[in-house]
Design a protein around this ligand. Sequence first.
Ligand SMILES: [Zn+2]
Length: 265
Amino acid sequence: MPAPILDPDPAPPTVDILAIAAHRDDVEQTCGGTLLRMASRGLRTAILDLTQGEAGTRGSALERAAEAGEAARLLGVSWRQALDLPDGAVEDTLENRLKIVRILRQLRPRAVILPYWQARHPDHAIVASLGYKACFLSGLAKAPAPPSPPAARSNGPAAPDFDLPPHRPFKIVYASLYADVRPSFIVDITPFIEQRHAALMAYRSQFANQPAGGGLFVPQEEIRERTFAEARHYGLLAGVRYGEPFVQKEVGLVDDLTLLPVQSL
Ligand SMILES: [Zn+2]
């Protein structure tokens, strides 16, 4: 029986790391192993999906909600929620940035994971800039008010949350698995690859073999082969077995050259 979706409680606890993605199952594919690794270090992790998956070829938004809850449990995240942005038509608007600001001010993550800014799927590319601007806006003491207070107020706790103190994440990194770009760094997910795969397979409506979308989706057994091959590729770049790639815009900072990881030759 699938675990219930992790509903936001009225005062969600703060977290160390928040992964923001366009679609349910994006995080499982691009940084699920990293979230598992961070949780194993005692860090609190969370996922914000911006859409509910209503435009998908397979499965209903309701099915995907239950599957996302099960995947969250398998990834060991402490909080997961989906916003209501339109699937397939995510836009970088002030209204959407403010929806994310509300979550950032509740959860107060130190680090945020966004999708890389160049992507085949327009939603993924948009979320990179939308999420970045939301992180900036969240740190402003005088952030703009929600554009339509009546709508926001009728929709539950949106308006009062803007009384929460500003919060700007310290670090933003971009999960670049979908992008043809050289990563800035790799996270070693070797001990977590099977658990990450189990989290992805929790999306039975998407990945279980079935007639709907048969020409569009790859068979279940090939998903394992592909995702493990990608993780192996990125792992090899860093001298480990399985890895997940990230890009950061900033340069690195080093204390001790003798402790730099990843062998040169
Ligand atoms: Zn996606």
